[in-house]
Design a protein around this ligand. Structure first.
Ligand code: PBG
Length: 324
């Protein structure tokens, strides 16, 4: 039966009806909250390009973790700012490195809070690339050895999930092998399987101090124009032993969230990255957009596209808004 018998507006008549037929719902349990940890004491420094997001020292993590857990957010994603950067990113796999300290503190403070760590080199290397560099080229297989050492140091410190983000070929297999050989068969791998060479990472690179000293990331991160290739990336990571997949960024890549969701059965996260956040913050500061409404609309769109989890800087705010 077509119009006038069929009237789709009928089910939009009242808030109650709209709630009843809503297909996608967001909740605090969907979110993973990124944390930027750095050396020092009492540090709680707002990141200029990402208002509302802070650099924290390890001693501030207990209060932070309690707040996150109380909001019903199940997981955090850790990024570290090392004391010193060098060619191989030594602090990245140091037993007392900044992230390793953070993991121990978080696990002690909130054992139930899931700790995910970013396994990559770019925050730790003086050149800012995600792998070892020789003659101006980013090396693949040599990088895997370092990433394995990083993974083991995170597992040893107590991380629940490792998230390799460097887009090196074979990184999932390298991590899985290293973890299994060293007795960490229970540590999961959430692979940044589909990570595009995106300009939406700009504010993050400010926050993480990971701006490249030369070149760009186009020889390892994906061309934003490619979709089939994303499925090859995801398939390889599944075969190599990934437990979960990530598509990143989120809003300009919702087609890939949907395609990965439809093609693979693994839990899927979408990373609502720094540029997506900062654009809305800037527009809201100008009075051009309503931050809360825009953020919730975008997060709903990401979930509707098929993400099970969303890594987002809005996690705490969105949890508060949703809990109201
Ligand atoms: C790098 C990494 C990046 C992000 C997360 N892990 C940046 C990059 O590839 O340069 C970006 C996150 C964001 O923009 O919010 N290992």
């Amino acid at each position: 039966m077509a119009f006038p018998q069929t009237r789709l507006r009928r089910l939009r008549t009242t808030p109650g009806l709209r709630t009843l037929v809503r297909e996608t719902t967001l909740s605090a349990s969907d979110f993973i909250y990124p944390l930027f940890v750095r050396h020092g004491r009492g540090v709680y420094a707002e990141i200029p390009a990402m208002p509302g997001v802070y650099h924290l020292s390890v001693d501030r993590l207990r209060d932070e973790a309690a707040e996150i857990a109380a909001l019903g957010i199940p997981a955090v994603l850790l990024f570290g700012l090392p004391a010193i950067k060098d060619g191989i990113g030594s602090e990245n796999f140091a037993p007392d490195g900044i992230v390793q300290q953070a993991i121990r503190t978080l696990k002690d403070a909130q054992p139930e809070l899931v700790v995910v760590t970013d396994v990559c080199m770019c925050e730790y290397t003086d050149h800012g690339h995600c792998g070892l560099v020789r003659d101006g080229r980013v090396l693949n297989d040599e990088t895997l050895d370092i990433l394995s050492a990083v993974a083991l140091s995170h597992a040893e410190a107590g991380a629940d999930i490792l998230a390799p983000s460097g887009m090196m070929d074979g990184m999932v297999r390298a991590l899985r092998t290293a973890l299994d050989c060293d007795g960490y068969a229970d540590v999961s791998i959430m692979s940044y399987a589909v990570k595009y060479a995106s300009s939406f990472y700009g504010p993050f690179r400010e926050a993480a101090g990971s701006r490249m000293q030369f070149g760009d990331r186009h020889t390892y991160q994906m061309d934003p124009a490619n979709a089939r290739e994303a499925l090859r990336e995801a398939r390889l990571d599944v075969e190599e032993g990934a437990d979960m997949l990530i598509v990143k960024p989120a809003t300009a890549y919702l087609d890939m969230v949907r395609r990965v969701r439809d093609t693979f059965d693994l839990p899927l996260a979408a990373y609502n990255v720094s540029g997506e956040y900062s654009m809305v913050k800037a527009a809201a500061a100008n009075g051009w957009l309503d931050e809360r409404k825009i953020a919730l609309e975008q997060l709903t769109g990401i979930k509707r596209a098929g993400a099970d989890m969303i890594i987002t800087y809005w996690a705490k705010d969105a949890a508060r808004w949703l809990n109201e």
